[in-house]
Design a protein around this ligand. Sequence first.
Ligand SMILES: [Zn+2]
Length: 226
Amino acid sequence: MISGGCQPRRILELDRVDAAGPFAGGPRAGDDGRVDDEVVRLARPRPGHFDLGTGYHGDVWLDLDALFLRPAALQPYVQVLADRLRGHQPDAVCGPLEGGAFLAQAIAAELGAAFLPAARGPGPQPGTATSYLLPRVPGGISGWRVAIADDAVNAGTAVRACAALLRGRGAVPVAVAALIFLGPASAAVAQDIAVPFYAVGALHSQAWPAGQCPLCAAGLPRASPG
Ligand SMILES: [Zn+2]
């Protein structure tokens, strides 16, 4: 039963973890060693061998449509991420479509900030990363402080693409926020983008570039995400 009544526990702060990520000693959050499992359950994680559609293969599939089915259930998480991002004084929140943009819009509304949806670019080839496009903004976004939000961050291809697009427009990425952190693949995202990374829930999974996937090498058939 989904309810809007659960309150997130401590938030993960991934800018302070070492290269092994928060899974080096098991998932942990803040300083009490616990993470929020409920937000992960909302995404109905399924183990297997999947083409993540980002140029990577992984061993967990998340039903991100289910995650956004009942926005009221996500509101406590939106609130806690917005509270954490407020300290970075973002002018805008950017999120890749689809789920990342849903989260970004909700956080932007909480903060009174602008919303920058990153639309999928034309014609990604199977097995390669999706490209993204930012909307035109009157007067441009040069000098804007922008937080990047995504529903789930695994290898981080979408948030890395958003950071590069924003910097290309002269904006300044100030933080990344996610509902679910999939480690250890995403442990390097904060270091690569060089901003703090906040997540509400965490799930251990592995992801590999499609051409280096050990599950493919072992001959495991890929499961259908549907
Ligand atoms: Zn594979």
